[in-house]
Design a protein. Structure first.
Length: 140
């Protein structure tokens, strides 16, 4: 029998996978942020412009988080009052004054779901892009 030589490339493969996942998460975060902004209703543009993404990396795992620090983003996603997505909003309506001091009576805000719709719109495309990035990194 001839000699068999084994080369352990596991470190290079792990590094390539890690780099590929990292690149994908930044790309996916940017795509989801942009699509969420496109899906957003605009009055002042404050909520639309507040969507951000952040990639978090810990030993052995990584994730991307997309969201907004604006309270209105929650209302846009889930609705309020009688239109609340879970049906748990205030009933009967209420009166409020907007930032300009104009009074309004409302039964609530219908959910627009900009983040949910962004994810659903991009899910298939992002899965394909992850596959493409990993194949490129692994030389397949």
């Amino acid at each position: 029998m001839g000699n068999v030589e084994f080369t352990d490339n596991s470190m290079q493969v792990k590094a390539a996978l890690s780099d590929g996942v990292r690149a994908f998460l930044y790309e996916a975060g940017g795509e989801l942020q942009a699509q969420t902004m496109r899906n957003s209703r605009v009055d002042t543009g404050q909520t639309k412009g507040s969507y951000q993404y952040k990639v978090e990396e810990k030993t052995g795992e990584a994730s991307v988080h997309v969201g907004s620090n604006q309270e209105n983003a929650i209302w846009e996603e889930y609705g309020t009052g009688e239109y609340a997505l879970q049906g748990n909003g205030r009933k009967g309506g209420w009166f409020y004054k907007d930032a300009k001091g104009t009074g309004h009576f409302t039964y609530g805000k219908k959910p627009n779901r900009p983040l949910y719709r962004a994810f659903n719109t991009l899910c298939g495309k992002l899965k394909g892009r992850l596959e493409q990035i990993l194949k490129e990194r692994l030389g397949s």
